[in-house]
Each structure stands twice: as C-alpha cells, then as structure tokens.
Design a binder for this molecule. Structure first.
Ligand code: G3P
Length: 283
C-alpha cells in the first residue's frame, strides 16, 4: 500500500492490534493510547470482568508493559502515553506523571488535556525535553493557545489532537475545525503538528488525507478496512459548520478561552474508565 503524505497512527491500547495493523499496512508511524483504550485492552478488560481490580501500582505497571510492547513493535514511531487527570489534578501532578511515563520508552509523546493546568504541565515538560501531545481539543481557541504556549518548540515535539468524531456526535463538522486550524497554523512556524483523532470510519480518514493533515490516528478496524481498499460510503449527515476565527498566534496563551464542554466530558470519561480498573480507595 502506498504511504500517504499524512503520518498514520493506530489508536489502540492493545499491542496485538499493533501487530495486525503492521502486517496489513506494512508500516505504522505511531500509536496513541488513552485511559479508555487501556481499560478496553483485553487483559485489563478481563480483570475487570472477573472482579479483579488493579492497585494503582499494578495498573501503572500494566500501562508501562503495554507501551513497552508497542514501542518495541514500532521503535521508529511515536507512542502517546496519557497522564491521568480529573477536575482536581494539578499541573505539578501531571508533570510528575509525565516524567515517570517518559522514562518507560525512548519514543514517547506525553498526553495532557488541553486545559490551563495541562498546558502549564506541557510547557515545563517541553523545557525538560519531554515531547507532548495536547489532547481533547475541540476549538480553534484551544489550538491557538497550544501554539502560543509551546512557541519555540521543535517541530515533532508538540502534537495537537482535535477529536473529530466527538464533534460530529454533537452535529458539528469536525473536519472543518481541522481546516480552520490548518489555515491558522499556516501563518505560523509549523512547530505544532496536527494529529486528527477520534476517527470512526473511512470517510473522515480519506478527507483528512485529502487535507494533508500532518498525522491521523484511527482504530484498527478503520485502518484495516482502509488497507483492504474499502471505499468511504458515508451516510450524508447534516453537520453544522464551524466558523473560522481570526485568532493571533502571538497572543498570550492565557488570553484564549480554553473551556469546551467536550473537553470537560472527555476528562470525566477518561478518569472514570481509569478508576473503574482500580480497587476502591480505602477511606
Ligand atoms: O484518539 C482519540 C480517540 O481514542 C477518541 O476516540 O471514538 O472515543 O471519540 P472516540
């Protein structure tokens, strides 16, 4: 299969899927994980099913084991590891996790939520030589803030992950957000790479390849269908247009409105899925 200009990542917490997709495609440029995907990976899901929760230490060991397996399979690629965050998690806490996770493998990008605390943690992480992936992006203002907060970083050290499918879920055209961000970033120095995520079918994948987005991540099911030459047969849904905003990439990052309802919901779901694997804390 011919490699597109866009880098292709697998969105999965299961190294067996990495092997399957590698075999079908012949290559993979990276892999993204998150707490929900780790909870869905077969071993974790089985333990949950059997009522055998992890201790916090065991769960981190399990996550480490998973990303190390993935890293061995794609040593030239990037592997995203996500920090745990809920509404109360501070930048200092996320940064400590980032330092720990980054030592697991040589090819990590550490994921932080695109919130004020997440961005503070990411700035310090970058200063310490840790590559970052800002996740749960749903607005152009969040994308502008990530650019401004990480100014001066090397291209490849900062990924920005807008979640297309979740915008589509609320009737908004996620692909249009990507186009707006690309247009806005076109006026910059290119240090932030756009990693389009939350791709549930071939249709958005093909649109993203057409847009020459820097990177896209998709589940095994979608990548295997694409590798098999399946065509996009997207049902035409009416999605609300997301208007382009005139935002200055040179503004102070703290001046941007970072709030988005889907970012809050995404953080709540990730922390819930992670905590569902853990023994209830003893009060
Ligand atoms: O990479 C982000 C992705 O895992 C989220 O996908 O389908 O839960 O919106 P989804």
């Amino acid at each position: 299969m011919k490699r597109p200009g866009t880098k292709i990542f697998l969105d999965s917490g299961d190294p067996e899927e990495t092997k399957t997709v590698l075999k079908a495609l012949g290559w993979l440029d990276g892999q993204t994980t998150n707490p929900t995907l780790i909870a869905k990976s077969p071993e974790a899901a089985a333990r949950k099913e059997q009522g055998q929760p992890f201790t916090n230490e065991e769960l981190l060991e399990f996550y480490q084991h998973v990303v190390q397996k993935i890293s061995h399979l794609i040593p030239q690629g990037s592997v995203s590891i996500e920090t745990y965050a809920d509404r109360t998690t501070t930048a200092a806490d996320m940064l400590n996790q980032a330092r720990q996770f980054n030592a697991w493998i040589p090819n990590a990008h550490i994921k932080f939520p695109t919130t004020a605390e997440g961005l503070k943690a990411a700035q310090q992480a970058l200063a310490e030589g840790i590559r970052v992936n800002m996740t749960l992006v749903f607005s152009q203002a969040q994308a502008a803030a990530v650019y401004a907060a990480t100014a001066g970083a090397k291209r490849g050290d900062v990924f920005l992950s807008p979640f297309i499918g979740r915008l589509d879920d609320i009737g908004q055209n996620g692909i249009e957000l990507i186009r707006n961000i690309q247009r806005m970033y076109f006026g910059g120095d290119g240090h932030v790479m756009v990693l389009a995520a939350s791709i549930r079918s071939i249709a958005p994948l093909q649109s993203l390849l057409g847009l020459k987005v820097d990177i896209t991540t998709a589940p095994a099911k979608v990548l295997l269908a694409w590798a098999g030459g399946k065509d996009a047969s997207a049902a035409l849904t009416q999605l609300k247009s997301i208007p382009d905003e005139a935002l200055s990439l040179n503004a102070d990052w703290q001046s941007f409105d970072l709030h988005h309802e889907l970012t809050d919901k995404g953080i709540a779901k990730f922390s819930e899925d992670w905590n569902s694997l853990l023994q209830a804390a003893v009060k």
